[in-house]
Write a protein that binds this ligand. Structure first.
Ligand SMILES: Cc1cc2nc3c(=O)[nH]c(=O)nc-3n(C[C@H](O)[C@H](O)[C@H](O)COP(=O)(O)O)c2cc1C
Length: 223
């Protein structure tokens, strides 16, 4: 795979990989609804209806105290009038970053449809009740892992992790309503939502919703 390869190496190999294979849906921004949540849910429904894998997975981008960006994939937990929801441990790196800079970006990509959605906005934490509700809806192992509260720390010994997980699982079995107080349901309230539809011609279609004083405004963008 190095540059010494006769085919030109990684660069040529990457160029040979097809992107936006299609067939791709059309997107008519002039017929887009007033509320970006409506369009988002319709694109997500299309992805679900056609059996696309992990259609509700998205990249959450944050910045740390030094202003350095960070990003990771999360599952979308809900979309309602307050925004787009996701959940995680408040003491994880993303939890710390959101505590310092409660602003974030979310990016969805459905490759088979050539569709990307980008959101930017302010992030708020759920109430104790909302956080608990999300926590209790998780599997027992996922709850046990959260109880350990060690996400993204160095793992010196997998056996130590397994023992700690076993102890946490036993606690949950003994007390099924046990809640990890740092588990947090976050809501990103967007100020911008962009819909991006690929075309095989490479003349892609983009529409950005921006929140103005009187509600959402829509702006087609150059591709
Ligand atoms: C498809 C997928 C879904 C995930 N869903 C979540 C999630 O909902 N919440 C979460 O905290 N981590 C989730 N993760 C793990 C995160 O990507 C990440 O590894 C973890 O949250 C630690 O991130 P941090 O160190 O930036 O805090 C998911 C990973 C993948 C690949």
């Amino acid at each position: 795979m190095g540059d010494e390869e006769p085919d030109g190496g990684v660069r040529a190999w990457l160029r040979s990989i097809e992107v936006f294979a299609g067939p791709l849906p059309a997107f008519a921004p002039e017929r887009a609804p007033e509320d970006p949540a409506v369009l988002f849910l319709s694109w997500l429904s299309d992805a679900v209806a056609e059996g696309l894998r992990d259609p509700h997975a998205m990249t959450l981008s944050t910045v740390d105290e030094a202003g350095d960006p960070d990003a990771r994939v999360l599952i979308l937990k809900g979309v309602d009038g307050s925004g787009w929801q996701f959940a995680g441990h408040g003491f994880s790196p993303k939890g710390h970053q959101l505590a310092v800079h409660p602003r974030a970006a979310l990016t969805f990509y459905w490759p088979e449809h050539g569709r990307q959605v980008r959101l930017r906005g302010h992030v708020t934490r759920g109430s104790a009740q909302e956080n608990a509700q999300d926590f209790l809806a998780r599997s027992a192992t996922a709850r046990a892992e959260a109880l350990l509260g060690r996400q993204s720390q160095y793992l010196a010994d997998p056996a130590e992790r397994d023992r700690a997980l076993g102890r946490a699982l036993a606690r949950i079995e003994g007390e099924p309503s046990l809640i990890e107080p740092a588990w947090t349901l976050y809501t990103l309230d967007p100020v911008e939502v962009e819909f991006w539809q690929a075309a095989q011609t490479r003349v892609h279609t983009r529409l950005r919703y921006e929140r103005g004083p009187d509600g959402w405004e829509r702006f087609p963008l150059w591709s």
